[in-house]
Design a binder for this molecule. Structure first.
Ligand SMILES: [Zn+2]
Ligand SMILES: [Zn+2]
Length: 240
């Protein structure tokens, strides 16, 4: 049986459009029985999110809360089609885990080649661990190039439960995920399921993503959530 024991992409109040505190998210993760929680605030280019100094002080925070390990990181904004990011390496090197994303307020969508170049440019940064929600119908992607780059750069691709939920606002991502998952299975590229929770009730909620993986017959051994040891090979938190 597969035990999904981690949710690594969540947001707290300081992201500016999320609704719970750090402690409330930690309590929710404990209630859900998670082993690892990631708190990954939006980086400064997202309107309303926090200043880079917030990310520079993560060393102040304990990582162990009883049986729960908390990783502190960031969801970076990819700013252009060259893949420039909105925090410098000097800050990223202190992060436990780093996601990179295309978000409409921070980068206007380009064509398929441009959007794919943006992701591949971001993956060239050695601190980027995961590409978040590569599923947005507004940002068409060449999935073959994306998956090959992820393999080459040793970067995880996310299956985002919030995108897949009926309240998802990125268009219907199922077609994109079917193509992505097919290529990941072919190329042996692992995926990470995340809730992208912006509220405590959503922490650890991965049901839509698991349902899709099951429908597609995606191999369990390529789902990092069920293999915490594999996670260590992909994140900056080497002490995990
Ligand atoms: Zn957000
Ligand atoms: Zn995002």
């Amino acid at each position: 049986m597969i035990v999904d024991m981690m949710d690594l992409h969540t947001h707290t109040l300081v992201s500016g459009h999320a609704y719970n505190t750090r402690n409330e998210m930690i309590e929710a993760a404990k209630r859900k029985g998670l082993g690892i929680l990631g708190i990954t605030e939006h980086a400064p280019a997202m309107p309303g999110s926090c200043h880079s100094m917030y990310f520079m002080n993560y060393r102040a925070l304990p990582r162990k809360h009883g049986d729960l390990t908390v990783l502190y990181g960031v969801e970076l904004n990819i700013l252009d089609f060259a893949g420039h990011l909105d925090l410098p390496d000097s800050v990223l090197k202190g992060m436990d885990i780093v996601f990179a994303s295309l978000h409409i307020p921070c980068c206007a969508p380009g064509n398929e080649r441009e959007n794919t170049d943006a992701y591949i440019g971001a993956m060239a940064n050695p601190y980027v661990n995961v590409i978040a929600h590569p599923d947005d119908a507004r940002f068409p992607i060449d999935y073959q190039r994306l998956v090959r780059a992820a393999k080459e750069r040793h970067v995880l691709l996310e299956v985002n439960n919030a995108s897949l939920s009926p309240e998802g606002f990125r268009g219907d991502p199922r077609k994109q995920y079917k193509e992505l998952l097919g290529l990941c299975a072919e190329e042996d590229v692992p995926v990470l399921i995340s809730s992208d929770a912006h509220v405590d009730a959503a922490v650890g909620e991965h049901g839509y993503a698991w349902e899709l993986l099951e429908q597609e017959g995606f191999p369990d051994e390529l789902v990092v959530n069920a293999h915490p040891k594999m996670l260590r090979e992909y994140v900056n938190a080497k002490w995990l």
